[in-house]
Each structure stands twice: as C-alpha cells, then as structure tokens.
Design a protein around this ligand. Structure first.
Ligand SMILES: Cc1cc2nc3c(=O)[nH]c(=O)nc-3n(C[C@H](O)[C@H](O)[C@H](O)COP(=O)(O)OP(=O)(O)OC[C@H]3O[C@@H](n4cnc5c(N)ncnc54)[C@H](O)[C@@H]3O)c2cc1C
Ligand code: FES
Length: 265
C-alpha cells in the first residue's frame, strides 16, 4: 500500500558527472518497499514540473528508517531534484508497482544491469544475499558505456565476488555490451535452467537479454521503463504491449516475465 509522505533528506551525494545518490528518511517506505518497486518523486517544492518522476528503490535500511535513490540528471525534474540540500523535505509517493518475484527454488541468481539499471538491482542483490542465496550463487553483471558511468560497483562487491563489469568502449572491465558478456558468463556447467535472470536497463539491452534467456531456457524477469504520468494505474499513460494485452508499467509492472513482453525494435 503506497503512502504520500514528506521525506527529509539525510544525505545527497554526487557520485558521477550527472548522477546522484539521495538518502531519505521514511520508516514506512524503508520497511515496506520490495526489490524492484519504485517511488514517485515530486522533484521541486512547487508544481513545476507538475508530474512526479518515478525512481527505483536503490537501497533500504529499515533499522535506520532510511532508503536510497540513485538517479541520473536527464531533464528538468532530475535537474531540480539534484539542487535539493540535506535537511530539506521531498514529497514522495510509494512504494509503487510490482517488484521482482523471488523464486526461492532457483539456486542461481544472475543480475544484469545496463546503465541506470543498477538502481533497483542493488536492493535486489542485498535481498537475495540476506534471504536465499549464498554469495557464490549470485552473479552480477554491470554494463555501461564508459568507465565514469559505472555506479555501485563497490556496493555490489560487498555482496558477492561474482561481479563482472563491462564498458562498451573497453575503458574499464570487459569490452562490449553486457548482453555479450552475459553469454560468455553463461557456463552451462554452473548456470543452467536452475537460474533466474533479473535485468534492468535500456530496452534494447533487455530485449537481447530476454532472447538469450529464452534460448537457454532460463527464467528471466525484466524491469521495464515507460514515461509515466499518474504512476498509480489510472491514466493508462505507461502501457506496453504484452502477450496478455496492454499492461501498465506502473501498476502491472515495472517488473515483468520477459516471455510476456512483445518486444519491438
Ligand atoms: C519504474 C521506473 C523506475 C525508474 N527508476 C529510475 C532510477 O532509479 N534512476 C533514474 O535515474 N531513472 C529512473 N527512471 C527514469 C526516470 O524516471 C526518468 O529519467 C525521469 O522521469 C526523467 O525526468 P526529467 O524531468 O529529469 O526528464 P524529462 O524532462 O521528463 O525527460 C528528459 C529526457 O528523458 C526521456 N525520458 C524521461 N523519462 C523516461 C523514461 N521513463 N523512459 C525513457 N525515456 C525517458 C525523455 O523522453 C526526454 O528525452 C525510472 C523510470 C521508471 C518508469
Ligand atoms: S502512469 Fe498512469 S497508468 Fe501508469
């Protein structure tokens, strides 16, 4: 059940040229948000921009009653958000949407993040680490365009040794698309149908990951993005085409079974 709340900013750090991590105080969201859910953020202190902006829950700490968001400045809303100072309050609606479906029978978890896709996957990795998997069975692949855009690598490495970083230009880690790196990693002796892939990132990457998962008969869940208006399932502004018909990313998703998405180029 989402709530609307003014959350105090406990910390707000620039972590890359256009990327920020913000820590917010909320007893409710820190203890109710599930991996893969998002919050809808009023990015300014007034109504310009009118619409809230969706951001995935990056991390939670229920004991300290805080949660984190990791975001990139891409336009007006995120630019205004980045100007907020520690101690100010931000109007948040959440947690929203359906997160990842954790299949406790699956032995291996493969998390694939493209670009800002790391945002919800850190919380998922932490959750998997604390509830189901031993660290050896969690594999994390982080792909970005170039070295300075790699985020949260250190945090992922506290959870498992199996973290592979790749950059499209080869400036850090393996060179190439993260989907190609995934193929190299998919050693049939260790990673097979007993695995689940959890992916978040740009649509072409998700499509490529979904195809690999389909060929290898591996369950795959993808966190989809769409421009959103209401964020709570009423405006139909965020629908995508699926095998079940049109579905709302904000309400039916954002996480879907990759087999259900009607992928277009
Ligand atoms: C469920 C969900 C979770 C998200 N989680 C995160 C997150 O954790 N961190 C993060 O940095 N971003 C995340 N996003 C994307 C984020 O919501 C957008 O970047 C943000 O709304 C842009 O707002 P803006 O006002 O800064 O940019 P705008 O001025 O609204 O847009 C700037 C540019 O970005 C494009 N754009 C904006 N939103 C989207 C979108 N949803 N899909 C594709 N293109 C878009 C616009 O077309 C435009 O070209 C998420 C989106 C969704 C749907
Ligand atoms: S954003 Fe309104 S229905 Fe999804």
């Amino acid at each position: 059940m989402p709530i609307q709340e003014k959350c105090r900013i406990l910390d707000h750090q620039k972590v890359a040229p256009f990327h920020f991590k913000i820590t917010l105080v909320s007893k409710y969201i820190s203890s109710h948000a599930e991996p893969g859910q998002f919050v809808n953020v009023r990015c300014s202190q007034d109504y310009d921009p009118l619409l809230r902006r969706p951001l995935g829950v990056h991390n939670v700490n229920p004991e300290e009653e805080i949660f984190e968001l990791l975001y990139e400045i891409v336009g007006k809303g995120t630019e205004l958000l980045s100007k907020h100072q520690v101690g100010q309050e931000i109007d948040i609606l959440g947690p929203l949407g359906n997160g990842f479906d954790i299949n406790k029978d699956k032995k291996v978890a493969i998390l694939v993040a493209g670009g800002m896709g790391v945002a919800p996957l850190l919380y998922l990795a932490k959750f998997l680490r604390s509830t189901i998997h031993d660290p050896r069975s969690i594999h994390i692949l982080i792909g970005t365009k170039t070295k300075e855009l790699i985020l949260a690598e250190k945090e992922f490495k506290t959870l498992t040794d199996n973290v592979i970083v790749s950059t499209d230009d080869g400036s850090y880690g393996k060179k190439g698309f993260v989907s190609d790196v995934l193929l190299e990693t998919l050693d049939p002796r260790t990673i097979d149908a007993s695995a689940t892939i959890y992916a978040c990132g740009p649509k072409p990457m998700l499509k490529a990951i979904a195809e690999i998962a389909f060929q290898k008969k591996i369950d795959c869940q993808v966190s989809m993005e769409a421009r959103m208006a209401c964020g709570i399932g009423t405006c139909l502004g965020c629908v995508i085409n699926t095998t079940k018909g049109y579905q709302k990313v904000c309400d039916d998703g954002p996480v879907f079974d990759a087999k259900e998405i009607v992928w277009t180029s």
